[in-house]
Design a protein around this ligand. Structure first.
Ligand SMILES: CCCCCCCCCCCCC/C=C/[C@@H](O)[C@H](COP(=O)(O)O)NC(C)=O
Ligand SMILES: Nc1ncnc2c1ncn2[C@@H]1O[C@H](COP(=O)(O)OP(=O)(O)O)[C@@H](O)[C@H]1O
Ligand SMILES: [Ca+2]
Length: 508
């Protein structure tokens, strides 16, 4: 049997694992193609085209295609049939997706990006979609409590980290509501969310996309959704006084990153540039904050924040945590003595407190705030940057952008934790003396005079790009609470990965 590619002079073999096939379609007879090369000899050619994932450099994926021609119509149809059956066997692929687009995220290109780059690929892969273009903040989140969620194999959000956070809150919240779990109870065992979320990056930082896919590229992300990838993700719950505040998957930042976010919200019109402007301004203001942080070290994980190796596709440290989680679920009757485990307490003056569930790599900081943090190990890295000079803080920040170790400073400490609590000195003082409004006034005075570095005002928590109302918080990491359409960052940029047994080449 002879089937050939449509490039007559291309003698290269084409290997495509079935897991990388996007679609198979019958190809219309085209006179121009017929008139070139060897196909002239064919009486009436029949053809089909295989669309597949082509892996390019820097984790970028593209949709490529190859067309096979032959004279026998029946044979051609048999091939199409056989390949379609192979695709049907890929059970992890989504068929029905719910899509939320934030038209105002990042450079306000969300709608265009989806329509031009993503929708055609979904349609090629025969994925049906219900698309909601959000009209206001919390539209997607509220909507997720109302829709018939079981109809969908996944939810896609087109936007930045803030938009992802909204969709995640909708999904996890809906899951807990349906299972009768009270989110306000900080100790409640949360129900895992098995409906995967896909992120089409169209925001300002897009750190969650970058840290889980390795590139900010809407087409690459769409292809990860189409092939049905699955990456579990740790989620932290944030409470204050037995009241649920938020969930976080990337950064929970007090001090520097909180102040940047708060200032930048007023400058939304600047687009992604607002972070550079507010970053510079916040750096100059050099505010530090006094408070107490207590945490439980994550003894269950194999890794440490100072490891040289980072979390990659198929990470064994995350797999180990997954096994431990499964064992815990099995013996759910036996309550773990989590509360009796040790707490460490640190009091101090901090320029920044960053708790990260993942590396938080993004184009501004390609290795991230904690390069060795894991996506799904059930822990967060708690980074404490103590009061230091502006020059030293700049040295620390610069190391986010180069290869040097950002934890190798006397004023920086890092711990791998499974839970932590923070109270600012101000709120401790206020609790002991509520009527002391003089202090609050002084705090306002300081905010209005950025040259002052004193610590009488509170900072704000930056929770995945959203601000929190409370400075005193209680945080707990929930191992692999949700899943993304991603596979983590692949070790080899270019597709040297092992091919699956069932490649088309073998069938030929
Ligand atoms: C002198 C050189 C200083 C360079 C410092 C570069 C550090 C950049 C580290 C970025 C940290 C990423 C953490 C991600 C946060 C996002 O959740 C949040 C919201 O992102 P969004 O606007 O929703 O896409 N963005 C910010 C800047 O707070
Ligand atoms: N239609 C809308 N109008 C205003 N805000 C919205 C809308 N849709 C979503 N949002 C909110 O916008 C915030 C920022 O969105 P995001 O997509 O993360 O953009 P960026 O990365 O630029 O911050 C999110 O918190 C989200 O809740
Ligand atoms: Ca983690």
């Amino acid at each position: 049997m002879k089937m050939r590619q449509n490039h007559p002079f291309d003698t290269k073999n084409c290997f495509v694992p079935t897991s990388d096939i996007i679609a198979v379609e019958e190809t219309e007879f085209n006179k121009k193609q017929h008139n070139i090369g060897k196909w002239q000899k064919m009486a009436k050619p029949h053809a089909f085209t295989v669309y597949y994932v082509k892996k390019a450099r820097n984790h970028r994926w593209r949709c490529s295609d190859v067309t096979f021609w032959c004279v026998d119509e029946h044979l051609c149809n048999q091939w199409i049939q056989a390949l379609k059956e192979l695709l049907e066997m890929q059970k992890s692929r989504p068929k029905q997706l719910l899509v939320y687009i934030n038209p105002y995220g990042g450079r306000r290109q969300g709608k265009r990006i989806y329509e031009q780059k993503v929708a055609p690929l979904f349609s090629l892969a025969s994925i049906s979609t219900d698309v909601v273009i959000t009209e206001h903040a919390n539209h997607a989140k509220d909507n997720l409590f109302e829709v018939n969620i079981n109809k969908y194999d996944g939810v896609v959000c087109v936007g930045g980290d803030g938009m992802f956070s909204e969709v995640m809150h909708g999904l996890i919240g809906r899951m807990q509501k349906d299972s009768g779990i009270d989110q306000n109870n900080p100790k409640a065992p949360l129900v895992q969310c098995n409906i995967r979320i896909g992120i089409i990056p169209a925001g300002s930082t897009d750190c969650i996309c970058y840290s889980t896919v390795g590139i900010i590229d809407p087409v690459t992300s769409a292809l990860h959704i189409i092939v049905g990838d699955c990456q579990p993700l740790d989620v932290s719950s944030v409470h204050h006084n037995n009241t649920f505040l938020k969930y976080s998957v990337s950064l929970l930042g007090y001090g520097f990153y909180g102040d940047i976010l708060k200032d930048s919200e007023k400058k939304r019109w600047m687009g992604p540039m607002r972070y550079d402007y507010s970053g510079f301004k916040t750096f100059l203001s050099h505010h530090y904050y006094e408070g107490t942080i207590s945490f439980q070290p994550a003894r269950h994980t194999l890794g440490s924040p100072r490891d040289k190796d980072s979390c990659r596709t198929g990470c064994y440290i995350c797999k180990k945590s997954e096994q431990q989680l499964a064992e815990q679920h099995k013996e759910c009757g036996l309550k773990r003595e989590e509360d009796e485990e040790e707490w460490k307490v640190i009091k101090g003056k901090f320029l920044a407190i960053n708790a990260v569930n993942m590396s938080c790599a993004c184009p501004r900081s390609p290795k991230g705030l904690s390069p060795a943090a894991h996506l799904a190990d059930g822990s967060a890295d708690l980074i404490l940057v103590r009061k230091c000079s502006r020059f030293d803080f700049l040295r620390y920040l610069v190391r986010h952008t180069n290869q040097d170790d950002q934890f190798d400073f006397s004023f920086v400490d890092v711990y791998r934790v499974k839970s932590f609590q923070f109270t600012s000195k101000l709120s401790e003082d206020n609790e002991s003396n509520v009527t002391d409004i003089g202090k609050k006034r002084f705090g306002q005075f300081c905010r209005d005079h950025p040259a002052c570095c004193c610590n009488s005002a509170n900072s704000t928590w930056n929770c995945d790009g959203e601000t929190l109302d409370s400075s005193a918080i209680e945080v707990r990491v929930h191992c692999q609470l949700m899943k993304l359409f991603a596979r983590g960052i692949e070790e080899n940029c270019k597709g040297e990965a092992a091919y699956s047994q069932s490649s088309i080449e073998q069938l030929l």
